[in-house]
Design a protein around this ligand. Structure first.
Ligand code: SAM
Ligand code: SF4
Length: 453
């Protein structure tokens, strides 16, 4: 009987991609995937370390799995192997082994191609199965091809790690130095994903627009702008997105591509973190609020309908009310189509964690609520402005009501419309009739029979 593998994924899209690759890697060993830990032989917790809450989650999860294992063993059931992967594994590997002895193996994000060996080692003898090295060999050279694409969209990691060292962030320590995959490897994986049915590809990297991949035929490394042009030529790839970008790495070629490359979707996640220059400097972001404004202006000149998204941190050490107000002002002025906002969370080992965390939880919560109201307002305005427009929607899943499908607009909104199920997987023009906080509703611009032609 096949063994069962359950992967619980936390955090960013890069972890979602990594979880898929771990499943592909373990499939030849006889592991079929399941969503239920209760029926698994192996559970992998693919963890996130970005904020304290995320980092602590692993210990409560391991506690539950330990109980599950004890109950199962008492009932004479099959053993359960517990593995911890991802950024918390990288940051706290030894501590996890000490604090949570129920864990059988720990593997960092750069070493998961060694999982089969680690699992074998864990089954032979406990306590040795810790691998949080940054190996000289690239895991990508040791992973099998992806085996399936769900729906019509796929992630493709092209860059990993970060050299920016923002003072609040653990990523440079958990994911290591910035590296890019060679252009040829990226194009080959994109072609493979297209053959599996992907029409929309999201290029991933902790700092994706710092991409500088080895050129296919030697010469200077390729930038993300150049790579996007080549990806648009891959048969079957109709839409390209990328995330997450740093404002300082938006070069001329990439900005221009937003104007000249129709496959590059008009949606950009461009974290700004704060609207106050003193805080941006203390964060080591190496740009000012005005630099960000100018950059947005240039992007909107290249692509006037560009939808912007961002990340914000409120309550960074020493943030005054006036400085927070500057963040609110920037958020209102730019008018984000969506954005994520977080309370500052001190992370061990980061420079900001040595600064006095001067703001109370109450102040952080109150600021977060005010910022989220401004963001929600921007999002509502953006969605409202879509009503009456006709836009191409990539439909790929059933809606809540009979006869309905849900798809994605170019701007990343979920769009629902009456569409025959047979047209799932197609890009169809939709006239938007209603806007909701997190989605749009519309009708096919053409008769379904015509649309199907
Ligand atoms: N590389 C991206 C960038 O340049 O912004 C994002 C990396 S991080 C995975 C995603 C977001 O988490 C960050 O943009 C930041 O807003 C937030 N974040 C990172 N560290 C944080 C911390 N210590 N406390 C609160 N939020 C944090
Ligand atoms: Fe972290 Fe992003 Fe800054 Fe890199 S650029 S240190 S990933 S916030």
């Amino acid at each position: 009987m096949a063994k069962k593998l359950c992967i619980k994924t936390y955090g960013c899209q890069m972890n979602v991609y990594d979880s898929g690759r771990m499943a592909d890697l373990l499939a030849p060993l006889g592991y079929a995937t399941t969503d239920e830990a209760a029926e698994a032989d192996l559970v992998i917790l693919n963890t996130c370390h970005i904020r304290e809450k995320a980092g602590e989650k692993v210990y409560s999860d391991v506690g539950r799995l330990r109980n599950l294992r004890a109950e199962r063993m008492a009932a004479g059931g099959a053993p359960l192997t517990i593995a911890v992967a991802g950024c918390t594994a990288q940051a706290e590997g030894e501590e996890i082994m000490r604090r949570a002895p129920a864990v059988d193996l720990v593997v960092g994000p750069q070493a998961y191609h060694r999982l089969p060996e680690l699992i074998a080692r864990a089954h032979r003898s406990k306590g040795e199965a810790l691998d949080t090295e940054f190996p000289a060999e690239s895991k990508f050279d040791h992973l099998p091809q992806q085996s399936r694409v769900e729906g019509t969209a796929a992630f493709l990691t092209i860059q990993e790690g970060c050299d920016k060292f923002c003072t609040f962030c653990v990523v440079p320590y958990t994911r290591g130095a910035e590296t890019s995959r060679p252009v040829a490897a990226v194009l080959a994986e994109a072609a493979h994903l297209a053959r599996l049915g992907a029409q929309e590809i999201t290029l991933l990297g902790q700092n994706v627009n710092a991409y500088h991949g080895e050129a296919p035929e030697g010469g200077a490394p390729w930038s993300l702008g150049r790579l996007a042009h080549a990806l648009a030529e891959v048969p079957g790839i109709a839409r390209i997105r990328y995330t997450t970008s740093h404002p300082r790495d938006m070069d001329d070629e990439l900005i221009a591509a937003h104007g000249t490359l129709p496959a590059l979707m008009p949606f950009l996640h461009l974290p700004v973190q704060s609207g106050a220059d003193r805080i941006l400097e203390a964060m080591n972001r190496r740009h000012t609020a005005d630099d960000y404004r100018r950059l947005v202006e240039r992007l909107r000149q290249a692509r006037p309908d560009l939808a912007l998204s961002s990340d914000f941190i409120v309550g960074f050490p020493g943030e005054s009310e006036k400085e927070f107000q500057a963040t609110l002002d920037l958020a209102a002025e730019i008018g984000f189509a969506q954005a994520y906002s977080f309370k500052y969370s001190p992370r061990p080992g980061t420079p900001a964690s040595m600064m006095a965390d001067s703001l109370s939880e109450d102040v952080k919560s109150e600021r977060l609520a005010r910022l989220q109201a401004v963001i929600a307002d921007g999002q509502r305005r953006f969605n409202d402005a879509c009503v009456g427009r006709t836009m191409p929607v990539l439909f790929d899943r059933p809606g809540r009501h009979e006869g309905q499908l849900i798809g994605r607009s170019p701007y990343m909104q979920a769009v629902h419309a009456e569409v025959p199920a047979a047209l799932s997987g197609r890009i169809l023009d939709v006239t938007i009739e209603s806007a909701h906080p997190n989605s749009l509703g519309g009708r096919l611009a053409a008769d379904p029979a015509e649309a199907a032609a």
